[in-house]
Write a protein that binds this ligand. Sequence first.
Ligand code: PLP
Length: 399
Amino acid sequence: MLTQRQLFLQHNAQTSPTPLLLEFVKAKGIYMYDSEGRKHLDLIAGIGVSNVGHCHPAVVKAIQEQAETYMHLMVYGEYVQSPQVNFAKALADVLPKNLNSTYFVNSGAEAVEGAMKLAKRYTGKKGFIACKNAYHGSTQGAESLMESDFYSKGYGPFLPHVSFITHNNIADLDKITTDIAAVFIEPIQGEAGIRVPDVAYIKALKEKCREKGVLLVFDEIQSGFGRSGKMFAFEHFSIIPDILLLAKGIGGGMPIGAFISSLEIMSVLSDNPILGHMTTFGGHPVCCAAGLATLQILLEENIINEVEKKGQLFKSLLQHPAIKEIRGKGLMLAVEFEDFETNKQIIDACILDGIISDWFLHCSNSMRIAPPLIISEAEIEEACSIILKNVNSVLQLKA
Ligand code: PLP
């Protein structure tokens, strides 16, 4: 009989020629458990998803209750479905007044696509500006907002009318002109290797967009829901975007995304033509119930307040001559080594030692640290000592 691994390679489409092939059978809190009974610390939270930990009991309960009540009824936006209404209302309650209308979708890339259409419809313009080294998803619209052709090779042509600026470069903001519909930016760049811009830059960006009549879209798909130490990363910069994109962590492990704007901006999607933007499964009631439970956990438990302190603990413990830099905000961190080879060897050694990490799409010499936000200080100390042990062993091997 074929093993699960063999069946996986035979019947599940592959995204790389060398998948990790770890076989997990259970996950709880910050740990995942493999088929041989070994426990692995998830230092990347399923890539920025399991902010409240794997299988948080309140999220599981909300999913079970909603699944027993009703699941799919009809495409998004037709019926009044209380899980969608309650989650949208709860989001509006934690967001500024101009971000009070939520369109739920299934993923981050779909939130990006929806926002691109919304910006075109609302402004009547077709140009976009995005950042070099951005990552906004793997659909063709989202990929049009990515300059790097490494991952896009062979998939073009992409959308025209997109130009690129350098993140955190104020002079480049002059490229934002009146014919641009929207600027898409990750306020903290994720796949670029966690790049936190200056407050002055984000303020200048907001001002330039206001001056030129351009919508400012913040992709907080990775940085949202507490990861940066605030509920939303835009709070670090004291500005408010026109459109906010969320996904990943907002479903507590269930697939859901959202693009959020004002009622006024969002209203253009409802008419002329009607039904011009639709989704069958977006805002699935079970995912919305999980999302609401996740938001309530973040609001009621003392999780986000501790994130900055925990990030600082990683920064203070991960001191080593081989670590060139450790950068980021909250529990959205990158540990930079000399080169990809060193980074990869350390990551592989950590994985063998039960610590799961990876590198960034546009920054292969840096190791990702983005654990569930509920990680304790003792667990951080344990993770850091295993990382440092493996830094030493890999360096000895290389010497
Ligand atoms: N935007 C950012 C900043 C991301 O990090 C990602 C995924 O990593 C996406 C968009 C795409 O999200 P999804 O994979 O859910 O389509």
